[in-house]
Design a protein around this ligand. Structure first.
Ligand SMILES: Cc1cc2nc3c(=O)[nH]c(=O)nc-3n(C[C@H](O)[C@H](O)[C@H](O)COP(=O)(O)O)c2cc1C
Length: 189
């Protein structure tokens, strides 16, 4: 795809075909991600591919959190909400976590997080170019120390910046409207 077409057609995709992805589909996306600008070449990122066993384990956390949030007094309602959420999480064909090392120095830490966010955008654009759909999610699980420990992320040293849901798109949503370039640009004399 031509560059501008990739940028303009990238969308957050929520509905995927049931077709599975394999880890070999992911390497080209990571190759694009790691070309992101990063000050002092700190390369602060790493990526975690969730196997089906880990996805199932996280689905349990997700379902429980959704049901707890709904505060259903009735146990059967709690179970129904949980099961629906578990099924939704399990239906995602592939999940990749993008993790940033947290430097002790605040400026480096901030720049490393910025670089990791650039890497995520590269990854999303590469996915679009390959005909894949993806969604950048900040599912509350990424802030849960216990859940992150389960995927090998020590939240005192690293931050999970994104849970990327991926697959072949079933539906590509229309682009939500954006401010115009004129609205965003300040012209100084
Ligand atoms: C830092 C960040 C976190 C996001 N977290 C979520 C999320 O948790 N759930 C979600 O549905 N979308 C999430 N998104 C996607 C945005 O909702 C989406 O980009 C926005 O609605 C614009 O749609 P588009 O990506 O199709 O252009 C996130 C995007 C960013 C940059």
């Amino acid at each position: 795809m031509e560059f501008n077409q990739v940028v303009m057609s990238r969308r957050s995709v929520f509905k995927f075909q049931p077709k599975a992805l394999v880890v070999d589909d992911i390497y080209p996306l990571i190759e694009a991600a790691v070309m992101a600008p990063n000050h002092r070449l700190t390369q602060p990122w790493r990526f975690i591919w969730l196997g089906k066993q880990t996805q199932a384990s996280l689905a349990e956390y997700y379902g429980e959190a959704k049901a707890a949030k709904a505060m259903a007094a009735d146990a059967s309602v709690h179970e129904r909400i949980k099961n629906k959420a578990v099924d939704k999480f399990l239906a995602v064909p592939a999940i990749l976590l993008v993790v940033c090392r947290l430097d002790r120095q605040p400026v480096i830490r901030e720049e490393d997080l910025a670089a990791t966010h650039c890497a995520i955008q590269n990854l999303l654009l590469a996915a679009t170019d390959k005909g894949l759909g993806a969604q950048w999610s900040t599912n509350p699980m990424i802030y849960e120390t216990e859940v992150m420990a389960e995927v090998g992320v020590d939240t005192s040293k690293e931050r999970c910046c994104a849970m990327i849901y991926m697959g072949y798109p079933e539906v590509i949503p229309p682009a939500p409207p954006r401010k115009s370039a004129q609205e965003c640009l300040t012209l100084l004399p």
